[in-house]
Design a protein around this ligand. Sequence first.
Ligand code: PLP
Length: 426
Amino acid sequence: MSNSYQNNLAFAQNMDKEDPLRKFRAEFLFPTFHENEVVYFTGNSLGLQPRQTAKYIQQELDDWAKWGVEGHFEAKNPWYSYHELLTEKLAKIAGAKPIEVVVTHSLTTNLHLLMVSFYRPTETRYKIICEAKAFPSDQYALASQVAFHGIDPADGIIEVGPRAGEHLIREEDILSAIEEAGDELALVMFGGVNYYTGQFFDLEKITTAGHAQGAIVGFDLAHAAGNVELKLHDWQVDFAAWCSYKYLNSSPGGVSGLFVHEKHAHNKALPRFAGWWGHDKSVRFKMEKNFQPIPGAEGWQLSNAPVLGMAAHRAALDLFDKAGMTAVSKKRELLTGYLEFIITDISSNTSKVDFEIITPKDPSKRGSQLSILAHGQGKKLFEALSAQGVVADWREPNVIRVAPAPLYNSFEDVYRFGLALKNAIQ
Ligand SMILES: *Cc1c(COP(=O)(O)O)cnc(C)c1O
């Protein structure tokens, strides 16, 4: 395909005409810049608002007004079980069985709750392997979990990073770090898609390698959910969590998804921090002692569901369900391929900048994001893009992240980005 891409408007518009997901763009609200829609390439940070989100939230506001507390059972979508309306659609996105997923809390909270259950260090087996320069919240969460067990994070945490002079983490280095840690390894806790480079790790291989050493394997899928195709059940992943406000377009700070593999669903011996929403539903309102966890992911819930946030998530999940992750994934490869072509085309026709795309070239090894190192003039270039209505993202020390989202970005967006980039260089 990449050989046949062209850097012109007619080509981009023709790609849009042939795009089976083209009609989804109209389902989203775009910010404007001087009365034109921006080129919105930050779906990896905060996805755009679906048009129907307001309707879904309004329904719950109306039922709250109409029913007050009775809405827990009398609302059109009873709040008591509202989160259950999300389960099947989210399970498809995660490649999971319904019993394995639940929508609850926020991401970092869920990571902590899951580590309470799945990071159980002993005298000899207490180490965690993670990626170097993980998202800061994950770094803090891991270090504090290790310290909570009285272990020095410098001893308890093994970071796998890129080799000197490289940007990506080599798969073989992850696998050999896991093997080297051997029976000292308690937990492998990696990101699915790295937020900085867009590198999509081979979660199945990592899981198999971790299990071979007798460790538990969990993932933070903040940049993977709604972006790449996941098969958490088949890959035997022990646990995972992700947020819903990046590629899943479910409102700022929106609710999080939590996955626990079916093999742990009935294990009541797992320690956990408990709350009434994780307790056996049939006897929840007896308000009695002795926590009985609901089998599966729902048993990790603490509190009754924040219905307005859930409503926003539901609006977005309905769109994903119509589109299907396979189609989203296919378009992602074409869109990022086109973006890569445009950037390379512009870069090769100028001596003023030297762009380096640090994201993997192989489409199966990356998500919907390209990270560009603009040697020499990163921040200035980024500002010149912003001044033309391109919403991208600047990450210290010198990377511009551009993330076209398959559900609402078009090939024309990519072409327009190219025009802005050319101007910015001048
Ligand atoms: C976005 C992101 C977070 C944010 O966590 P919240 O608890 O939702 O604030 C955490 N980890 C990763 C890897 C992320 O990309």
